[in-house]
Design a protein around this ligand. Structure first.
Ligand SMILES: [Zn+2]
Length: 509
């Protein structure tokens, strides 16, 4: 007698389908063997299955039993197979009673037959969906995580007996539904310890950070040491919308390859904030090395790459950033093979206004010569700066706090506006291969900008007055579009353009 149960296990964060085949001999000495490259944890599962079945009054172990985990050439780890093995044995005994069609089963058993959650269920469920399974049976502990996979019916159970009754058609149940909305973040709650409300004053810089987050624009902040650039930058992830499931999976995949997952099989659900030191090498930033590992640009995927003291970075490091900024991915060639990693990050850069750091400061005098400031600023120009949309001055705290004596708004409040702006953009760009205003090409801008005549005239005049390049002019328009979205305005109006012009301070110097 023979039965086959579909299951899966994890390889990195990729799931691999495993077929659990149970064969029961009619006669012979009682035995129970699990074959098919099962690692220790899977073999231990044998004893859990034996106890669980005995404890619910089903003794099938009075005959020779062989369980094969196919394909046999892949090592199987973890306790995912307890439940499918138990069901396989029962189904082999009475095949006609069990409906296992289009059904994937995973779960750990405790000795009394209760089901325990297993790691990586989300990856397993998305694999199941992609491979045509209609339903997944798993422990109740995993239910909320599992139903994040769209269009998959998830049936969670607390105990083996429930699973048996369900598969035999004796127990009817509805697929599990999650109570909250479609973001993983909502289930798990924010774990950010930092908040924008901790930043006093800095109205302009805070606003620039909000605009950058709303349109996913790259941003550079210039200010004296200690003005709070790092504090601002590190809070940007707290005002970016929660990661979608696809984003979380992609980020998790990269972190998994880079060996950065704190808990094996867990999902990264917080947007990364990656801040490499300015001495970091090309390989550290871009990726590579003997194992062609992902670099900081990939690890920051769906989050923020923060370059503090950007002008202190090696020139060649800044050069190699161009490809990921342009393409959203990096390709690493290594010993005859090519590996491609995602590199979709928001670039946040910070630098001092001059070599000593105090140019324009109200309290401390700058000691730099005019030429050295010029040379320093000249390093800012070039292809990298071309890819940065917003340029903002961060005043030292005392000065800006005088301007604005209120404490900052909380991240949660800013986030609400950013989320709304993202929604407006996803409607605008539906059916296109872009998501944000920052990604608009000139052609898309013509179609989607919706700028009124007064605003356009203002932008053209400003471009002439400040001698803006065509690229800079386009950036002004894109930022204006994002400002209009934050204001829930269908058209770009003069006020949006004039605010936008404030964020191009480096063009004006
Ligand atoms: Zn100076």
């Amino acid at each position: 007698m023979f039965a086959k149960v579909a299951s899966a296990h994890l390889h990195g964060i990729e799931a691999i389908g495993v077929s659990v085949e149970a064969d029961m001999g009619g006669s012979g000495f009682p035995s129970f063997a699990v074959v098919g490259l099962a690692e220790a944890a899977v073999k231990e599962g044998k004893e859990r299955v034996r106890s669980a079945l005995k404890n619910i009054g089903l003794n099938v172990f009075d005959r020779p039993i062989v369980v094969n985990l196919a394909p046999a050439d892949i090592k199987k780890e973890g306790s995912h197979f307890d439940l499918p093995i138990a069901i396989g044995l029962l189904a082999a005994l009475e095949p006609e009673k069990y409906n296992l069609e289009s059904t994937l089963i995973v779960g750990e058993l405790s000795l009394d037959g209760a089901l325990r959650g297993v790691a990586g269920v989300l990856c397993i469920c998305s694999w199941a969906k992609d491979n045509g399974f209609k339903r997944v049976i798993l422990p109740l502990d995993n239910a909320d995580e599992a139903v994040l996979t769209p269009e998959l019916n998830v049936y969670p159970f607390k105990h083996l007996t429930g699973v048996v009754q369900f598969l035999q058609g004796e127990l009817k149940c509805e697929p599990h539904k999650r109570t909250s909305n479609d973001s993983l973040f909502d289930t798990l709650g924010s774990r950010y310890s930092a908040d924008f409300s901790e930043i006093k004053g800095q109205y302009a810089a805070r606003r620039a950070a909000e605009i950058a987050s709303a349109g996913m624009h790259n941003i550079i902040m210039m200010g004296t040491p200690g003005s709070g650039k790092t504090m601002l930058a590190s809070r940007i992830p707290t005002i970016l919308p929660p990661m979608t499931l696809d984003e979380a999976l992609l980020t998790t995949k990269v972190h998994s390859i880079a060996g950065l997952l704190r808990v094996k099989g867990s999902l990264v659900h917080e947007r990364p904030f990656i801040a490499p030191h300015h001495t970091a090498s090309n390989v550290a930033i871009i990726g590579g090395g003997a194992k062609a590992m992902p670099g900081h640009v990939s690890i920051a995927t769906n989050g923020v790459l923060f370059l503090d003291e950007m002008l202190e970075f090696n020139r060649s490091v800044l050069e190699v950033l161009r490809q990921p900024l342009e393409d959203g991915k990096v390709t690493i060639a290594r010993a005859g093979r090519t590996v491609s990693y995602p590199a979709q990050f928001m670039l946040v850069a910070a630098c001092n206004p001059c070599p000593c750091g105090y140019y324009g400061d109200a309290k401390k005098k700058c000691v730099c010569s005019e030429q050295s400031i010029e040379r320093y600023r000249a390093r800012l120009s070039g292809p990298l700066l071309d890819r940065i949309d917003l340029q903002v001055h961060v005043a030292s705290v005392e000065v800006s706090a005088l301007d604005d004596d209120k404490c900052g708004e909380s991240s949660q409040d800013i986030l609400k506006r950013v989320v709304r702006a993202h929604k407006i953009q996803s409607n605008r760009f539906a059916g296109m291969d872009i998501h944000f205003n920052s990604q608009m090409s000139e052609r898309v801008m013509q179609e989607c900008l919706n700028i009124d005549d007064g605003a356009k005239k203002l932008a053209i005049n400003a471009a002439a007055k400040f001698n803006l390049s065509a690229r800079a002019y386009n950036k002004v328009l894109k930022i204006s579009r994002t400002i209009a979205d934050l204001a829930d305005s269908a058209s770009v109006e003069p006020a949006h353009v004039s605010e936008s012009l404030q964020y191009r301070m480096l063009d004006k110097q």
